[in-house]
Structure formats: C-alpha cells, structure tokens
Design a protein around this ligand. Structure first.
Ligand SMILES: [Zn+2]
Length: 909
C-alpha cells in the first residue's frame, strides 16, 4: 500500500464518521485505522490445532457495538479461508453474512443482508487456515519428529490466526478454547478452567479463564509436546494479595534448562510491584521457550514467549547468555505493566511500550544483578542507536505511522534505546522518587485501558513540579529526530567560573541539516577540583546560554555527568585535553562517553585518526570491558577504510601490543572466581584480536579449542563443551576458517544433531565465517535449507558479511537468490535487507550499485523504503568522511611509529 492510498482511506473514514447515518460505499477500504462505528466488546476464540498437520481451523464469535445503523463492518483477516459468516442482531435472529477479503490491506468486509440498527450485534465466523511459514500469527515449527504450534501476533499478525479488530486501541476480554490431540500440551493467556475428551478419545477440549481486557496483539497460545515445569508460586506481598502461579515450558527434553530463569523471576516480579505499586495484573505467568521465533521474545499477557536461546540455560551456556536471559526476561515482565496493563492506542506511540520496558529492565538489572553492568550495557546500546540517529533519514521516537511498513519498522533502536535514554535522562533531572510518583500516577489512571505519550507527559509534568518547561523539554526529544550536539566552554575570571553551552544537531562530516532544531536538554556537568568533583545540572533550551558555576574554576569538567544525557558534546580544544588527562578520575560510563566524544569528533571530521589511535592506550588498560574496548568502533573504521597492505600490519601490531598481553594474562579459559567483567573482557578481546586484527598467536590458542570442540584433534565426536563457553563462537569460526572442508563438514554435522539453540547459532556462524570461496558458497546455500530455521539463518549471513573476503561473492549470491531469501524473511526483518548486505560499502558507486538492485524491488519489502534510504545515507556518509580524511593522515601516524622502532611484528595473516 502506498502512503497516498493510506491517507486517502483515513480521510474518507473520517468523513464517513462525521456523516449522520447510513452505509459507506464499497470502495472505501480502511487501509489504516478501522472506522470508529463498530467497536468490539468481547471475543470467543475456538481453535482446533494439531501441529503435526498443515492447517488449523477456528471459530470466532465477536460481540460488536454498532454506534450507528450499518449494512456492513470492516475488520481484519488475512490468509483465512472463511467457510461461514453470520450476524445476529439484538433480537437474536441469526442471518448469513457475506465476506469480502481485501487481501492487499488485510481487511475483511462483512456485508449484511440488510441494514442493522445501532446497538449490539454478534458476528460469527468459521474458517480454516494454513500454519504461517514466517513465524507470524499461528505458526508451526518442526524439531525432529516433533511439531509445535505457537503464536506471534504483534504488531499486526493476529489477523493471520483469527478475524478481528486488529488494532491496539480495542482492549476487550477474550474467552479461548483449544481442541488439541490428547497427547499434546496446550497453554493460553490465562489459567485453564476445564478439560473434556472427545467421544473417540483422540481429542481434548481445553477452556481457559476469561482474560482481562486485551488488544488482539497480546493474545497467545501454544500447542505441542512441551515439557512443563512448575515453579513455586510467587508469594503474596504488600502489593499483591494472592500467590501467583509460575511455570516454564520448553521443547520436549529441555525442561531442566528452565531452572535458572524460573529461580530469578519472582524477584523481578516483586521489583516491579514495588516500583509501580500495582500487583502483577494477570492470573498466572508462563514462560515459554519457542524452538523458532522471529524476535527475541514477546510479552503476551500471562504467557511470555521467548526464542528458546533466550530462556534455556545450563552449565555450558556462556556468561553473556545468562545476562541476556535475565535482561530479556526482565524486559518482558516489565511489559506486563508497561504495554499490557496500560496499552498504547496506536502504533505511533509504540515507543511507550518499548522504551518503558527497556528503561524498567535496566532499573531491575542494576538493582537485582549489580555485577551485570546494566548501566554500561544501556550506554553501549544508546551509542549504537546514535549511529542511526545521526542520519538525516532517522525516525522520530514518536513517528507518524503511514501504513504497515511504518508499523513494522517502528520496532527499532530509536523506539527502544533512544526512548529509554530519554526517560532515564528526565528521571535523572527530576530525581528517582519524583519520577516514580509520575509513573505510578500514569499507570493507576490508565490501568486495563490505554494511555498515550501526552497522558504520560501530563503525569510526569505534574509530579515534576517544573511545569510546562518539563513537558516542552521532553517533547523536544520525542517529536524531532536527531541528537543534540552540546558545544561547551568554561571561562574563568578571578576564580569565578562560567559555563557557556550552545546546541546544534549532531551530524557527521559532509551532512547538512535543515533548519535549527532546538532541544530542552538537562546538561548535568561534573566539575573536577583536584581529587574531588561535584555535579551541577543546567537546562539548555536556547541556542546559547551561559551559566554560573559554583565552586570556582574547575581543573577539568565533563558535560555529561554519569553519562545520562541523550546528547553528544564538543569541547573547546584545551578543555578536551584537560579532560583527557583526567580520564582516570571519571566513572566507567563517563569514560565511555569521553571515548564517544573523540569518536564523534572523528566522524565529524574535526579529529584525525591519530587522535583516536593515541587515545587507545589510556582506555585499553581498564578492567571494565566497555571502557577497554570503547574505541574499537572507530579503530575498525580506520582499519577498514584507511589502511592498505603496508599500513594495515602496523595498525594490527599496534592493537596487538595494547590488547594481546592483557588477554594472555586473563587466559583463554574461564577461571574459578572470575568476575563477570573479566569473563566479558576475555571474550571481547579474543574476538577482536582473532577476527579483526587476526593476531596469529591468539588465533592459534582459539583454533586449538575450536578443533577440540569439533572433534578434529583426534578426539572423535564433536563435543562443544571442550571449548571455553564464552569463547566458543570465536573458536569455532577460527577452526572453520583454518580447517578447510574437513572442519566445515564437522561443524555442519555437529549442527544437525545439536538441540542447544545458542550452540546452533555458533555453529552456523562458523560456517558463514569460512573464507574459502567454495565453502562460503555452500554456507550461503545452506541458509535456504529448511534444516536451518528462519530465526537462526542470520547467523550464517551476518558472519559471512563480517569477512571482507566474502562480500563480493555474497552480493552476487543475494542477487541470484533474492526471491528464495526474501521468502524466508518475517515481515519486520524485510526492511533490513539492504542493510544486511551493505557491510564494507564506502563509495557513492557502491551505494548506487546497491540502490540499482533494491530500488525496483523495494515496494515488495515491508519497510524497505526506510531501510534502503538509511543504508544509502550511511554508505554516502562513509564515502564523504573517507574522502575528507584521506590517506595521508594515517600514513603520517604509521611513519612516526616506524621511526620510533615500533613496526609490524605480530598480527597479520
Ligand atoms: Zn519489548
């Protein structure tokens, strides 16, 4: 659907609603929001599901309130074969209704035999449908001989499973009934009420308690040979009167791997109950690990579904997987309040759901798992999103929605990470207690209903006591794209200091923005005096402001204290140098934003590569992984774009000299008592040294582990536990890169029999990472084989694109296999396709080549327009910067190093 068609449909719908009565013309199909004259009140959903077959059947009854007389209603249905539809008016008489599917927009038109008066009607549908093949709606996954049926409705896939008003503003109760083979386990959003067997004893009919009011996208159920693990109920507390039933579900044979997450869950629930002062809103909680899943996890009310790699753990799981499971679980549980209890009315406010859950999860992680460095993970996620927010084509947090492409692409870093960062920044400004007061008020006044951005801002503004300036400042980050660049300068006169701040939009070199956007940014600044420091916050909401600084002239200052501000800063040169000298005095997150200030100045063309390279040693020595590796990203850019065969070995040797001794000291295996930071640092350094810098010594250490894991060291069968769990992924890649066909075959065989999803990802990534042209082609083709699941195939292609040697062949392959590849893409992944194959492109010619292929196909990729536009802009930015920096800047640095006798020795291939 084009944008213009969408607008036309909305306009017509509005006009229609304003008319006094009577029918709409047949051609006014609501491609956007449904008209407001038919409002669902209740659903009864009955499904008959046997996952071992190819289709399911359903019966859907919907009670609907007509706000005016009508001879038809519009709702949503897609790929449903409707056998019978009927309508009953208030007097009870049932009549057949005619259905017309408008397949291009997923709309079902139900026409009545004659006009019905305003009031309550009951719609009834009988239908069958295929299980979805792209992990949407009600879909099916085969695991060996077992088959599972699972739902994923968000954002607009409920229409693949049942006819309904598939928009988040309609929150109503659902009654769900599942008829399944007697040997299958079936679960839904609520507690099971009853079970009856069919006369022939082959089927059982399960009914479930009526749900709380829910939008269609939070309806969920699953059928299959699940392992069910009962955990002790979550005890009652001061907020919740009754114990809460808690269970885990895993694919057959995997139930014991649920123990860790089930043990962690009660504390997370209690944390949110304390914070929100609202009890967990539903009658039970099931955590279900799906053997294939499109996203990470989904917050269905009372039945959270996870990609099983993000739920199931054992003693062989890497440490970062434990953190990921904790964090994702805390994110989804947060949604039970933020998203499920209070829901956004339309997708332009989806940031509320996702930013809340992201922000709340961090709060929970920092409180419950202090050694998981939740603050630093948040910061890294924010900095990654800032790359996207530096584009002129960046979305706004609160972005208008013009059709399905906008809905599917709304689930991006801007929505999650920028949204969460904005919440955290304003929380820091007003204080934790004040912010919590506003959050509680918002939840209490909208519970079991809907709330939008303005509702939240009203609650927070009221709590803040700051009046309109609070609302205006917060909105300035939601309603315009981009990152503020705060230019700062301290002036000192007779011991009296003042801080002058200016603002503009942060844009990389060569990019010219339009207009002069203004933000209201709380700029909290740390001022250092000798060994002491103190923090003051200033609201920068004009183009340029000067503030008095308490405490006299500082020795140094950092205009983003605690790194909580969603902005970048640019300091006067002398100020930046003094900050660099004081970097050891900063907190770890502050050291990371200091590194970002260097990196962003480099990308603006204000600093050369030498400034980045020379700043690396001071950070490399840190024990905090995010600090030690904070300049990896600009280093990799310099290495990729500015080096040649002569300079690259010098750069690699430099990196090895900084990091290889550190890794040797940490060792290549986890040791008893290792801190989580140590484990994470070991994994990051190993990957960087072995795969980016290609340090021969590090590669040899890891190849040994990879070969042992694959059984290539004479050990016989593959046994992945023979490698360090945290280094396994890197070790397998090296074993395959260095081991030729024998290692490739061994990894492929190991994949076929492995049922641990995280290990399967590592094995697929190893296949993709081969640099042998023939094996690389095999790996690419393997991604189209049904034995590789939809949710795991990216591991192959992502690893392939990481190796510069493979990119040209990969591009040829994509063009030749485009249709087959695209057919496996879930809706929300399609928009990312141009980006997935853009690594390494840094010239306008390479941008044009990508565009020439995708542009004619872009309409068939959901969200493709945005994905292609952003990818092309990224490539062109890269090209401008490369042209600006030129080759000489790096050559000069290299010559100087060689002159001091520090030429190449380690590194290289
Ligand atoms: Zn979420």
């Amino acid at each position: 659907m084009t944008m213009r068609d969408f607008l036309r449909a909305v306009l017509l719908a509005c006009v229609t609603a304003a008319m006094p009565a009577l029918a709409t013309a047949v051609d006014e199909i609501p491609a956007g929001k449904l008209p407001a004259d038919a409002i669902p009140q209740h659903y009864a959903l009955r499904f008959t599901v046997d996952p071992r077959t190819d289709r399911f059947s359903g019966e859907t009854d919907i009670r609907v309130k007509l706000t005016r007389p009508a001879d038809h209603v519009f709702l949503h249905a897609e790929h449903l074969d409707i056998g019978k539809a009927s309508v009953s008016a208030a007097n009870g008489a049932s009549e057949d209704a005619k259905t017309i599917a408008h397949a291009d927009v997923g709309v079902l038109e139900v026409r009545f035999a004659h006009q019905l008066p305003a009031g309550t009607i009951d719609l009834a549908f009988q239908y069958t449908a295929p299980f979805n093949a792209q992990l949407e709606g009600l879909y099916k996954v085969k695991v060996g001989e077992d088959a599972y049926a699972i739902t994923q409705m968000e954002p607009v896939s409920a229409r693949f499973a049942f006819p309904g008003f598939d928009e988040p503003r309609f929150k109503v109760p659902f009654d769900i009934t599942l008829t399944v083979p007697v040997d299958q386990v079936a679960v839904a959003n609520t507690l099971q009420k009853s079970e009856t067997k069919s006369a022939d004893g082959k089927w059982k009919m399960l009914t479930f308690a009526t749900t709380k009011p829910l939008p269609t996208y939070l309806v969920a159920f699953a059928v299959g040979p699940w392992d069910v693990v009962d955990a002790p109920p979550v005890p009652a507390n001061g907020v919740r009167r009754n114990p809460l039933p808690l269970r885990g579900l895993a694919p057959r044979g995997q139930g014991k791997r649920l123990a860790w997450v089930l043990g962690e869950t009660p504390a997370v629930i209690k944390f949110y109950e304390d914070y929100t002062a609202q009890p967990y809103p539903f009658d039970k909680l099931d955590l279900l690990g799906a053997p294939d899943f499109s996203a990470g996890a989904m917050e269905n009310a009372g039945l959270i579904v996870y990609r099983d790699a993000l739920l199931l753990l054992d003693e062989h799981s890497p440490a970062d997987r434990y953190r990921a499971v904790f964090n994702v679980n805390a994110h989804e549980i947060a949604h039970q309040w933020y998203g499920d209890l209070v829901t956004v009315p339309w997708w332009d406010d989806i940031w509320l759901n996702e930013a809340y859950a992201t922000w709340a999860q961090r709060m929970a992680t920092i409180a419950l798992k202090p050694d998981y460095f939740g603050d630093l993970e948040a910061l890294e996620a924010r900095l990654a999103t800032m790359k996207n927010d530096s584009l002129l084509t960046a979305r706004k947090v609160r972005q208008p929605i013009n059709g399905r492409g906008d809905i599917e692409t709304a689930f991006d870093g801007i929505t999650y990470q920028k949204g969460a960062s904005v919440l955290a920044m304003f929380e820091t400004w007003v204080g934790t207690d004040t912010f919590r007061k506003g959050m509680r008020e918002y939840l209490a006044s909208h519970k079991f209903g809907s709330g939008n951005s303005d509702d939240l801002i009203v609650s927070l503004t009221k709590a803040s006591g700051k009046g309109e300036v609070f609302a205006k400042s917060m909105k300035s980050f939601l309603d315009q794209p981009g990152i503020p660049l705060v230019h700062s300068e301290v002036a000192c006169n007779d011991g009296h200091a003042s801080l002058t701040l200016r603002q503009s939009r942060y844009l990389p070199f060569g990019v010219l923005g339009e207009g002069e956007p203004r933000w209201g940014a709380p700029v909290c600044t740390r001022f250092g005096h000798g060994k002491e420091s103190d923090t003051e916050c200033f609201l920068l909401d004009r183009p340029r402001q000067t503030f008095d600084v308490e405490g006299g002239c500082p020795d140094w200052y950092l205009p983003n204290a605690q790194a909580r501000g969603y902005y970048r800063f640019d300091m006067a040169g002398a100020d930046l140098a003094r900050l660099g000298d004081a970097v050891a005095q900063l907190q770890a997150p502050e050291q990371v934003v200091y590194a970002d200030a260097l990196s962003s100045a480099f990308h603006r063309g204000d600093l050369g590569p030498a400034a980045i390279l020379d700043a690396m040693p001071a950070l490399a020595a840190s024990d905090v992984p995010q600090v030690a590796t904070a300049l990896f990203s600009p280093f990799e850019w310099i290495r990729e774009e500015l080096t040649d065969d002569r300079t690259r070995p010098v750069l690699d040797a430099y990196a090895s000299s900084l990091y290889a001794p550190r890794l040797d000291k940490l060792g290549y295996r986890r040791r008893d008592g290792d801190a989580t930071t140590t484990i994470a640092l070991r994994a990051r350094l190993a990957e960087f040294l072995a795969l980016t810098v290609r340090d021969t010594h590090v590669r040899a250490e890891l190849a040994g582990q990879g070969n042992a894991a694959l059984g290539l060291d004479g050990g016989g069968k593959p046994d992945l536990s023979r490698a360090d769990p945290d280094l396994l992924r890197t070790a397998l890649k090296i074993a395959v890169q260095d081991g030729g066909a024998k290692a490739f075959d061994a990894a492929q065989q190991a994949f076929l029999v492995n049922r641990d999803t995280a290990q399967r990802y590592a094995l697929l990534a190893a296949l993709g990472a081969t640099r042998d042209p023939a094996l690389a082609e095999r790996a690419r083709n393997y991604g189209l084989d049904p034995v590789v699941q939809v949710g795991e195939l990216y591991n192959i292609y992502g690893a392939q694109m990481d190796e510069p040697e493979n990119r040209a062949a990969m591009w040829q392959w994509v063009q030749a296999h485009y249709a087959a590849y695209r057919a496996r893409m879930p809706a929300f992944r399609q928009g990312y396709m141009p980006k997935e194959f853009a690594d390494g492109r840094c010239s306008t010619q390479e941008a044009d080549e990508l565009s020439a292929f995708f542009a004619p196909r872009i309409k068939e990729l959901i969200g493709g327009d945005r994905g292609l536009g952003q990818t092309l802009e990224t490539i062109r930015q890269c090209a401008s910067l490369r042209g600006h920096v030129g080759d000489r800047a790096l050559a000069g640095w290299v010559e100087e190093r060689e002159a001091h006798g520090a030429g190449s020795k380690a590194g290289g291939r």
